[in-house]
Design a protein. Structure first.
Length: 134
């Protein structure tokens, strides 16, 4: 029997390291691609709140490939671009899903960041849970 690792891997399917405008986001991993085969580089959005900015624009389990025309191949780039968005600003989000794997869709969006601002979390090995970054 293999020894257990000292620190378990972060539970990404249960919690995502970023929330923004009603959506939850994480890097597009090999594991996520098993559930949703998409030929696109972007960030995985496993879920969004009903009626939120992303909830109305991108289907659950979609991949955001660009924010306001800027490609978002990684979560770090997505976070950088999301940090530039002002509350109530209009913009666009380009996304792909298993229904449109090779043809990303562009949706116009108004970013509701007053009730759902950008929040970034990191996994803390000392307490074995996600903590909000300052």
């Amino acid at each position: 029997r293999a020894a257990r690792p000292a620190t378990p891997p972060p539970p990404l399917p249960l919690f995502c390291p970023a929330r923004f405008a009603g959506g939850t986001f994480q890097d597009l991993s090999e594991r996520a691609l098993l559930f949703m085969p998409v030929d696109a580089d972007g960030v995985f959005m496993p879920d969004a709140e009903d009626g939120s900015s992303f909830g109305g624009a991108v289907p659950p389990r979609g991949v955001v490939v660009a924010l306001n025309g800027v490609p978002t191949p990684t979560l770090d780039v997505f976070i950088r671009e999301a940090a530039k968005v002002e509350a109530g600003a209009a913009g666009s989000v380009q996304w792909a899903s298993s229904r449109t794997p090779a043809d990303p869709t562009v949706a116009e969006i108004t970013y509701d960041t007053r009730f759902s601002p950008l929040e970034v979390f990191a996994f803390d090995d000392t307490v074995l849970e996600w903590v909000k970054e300052a």
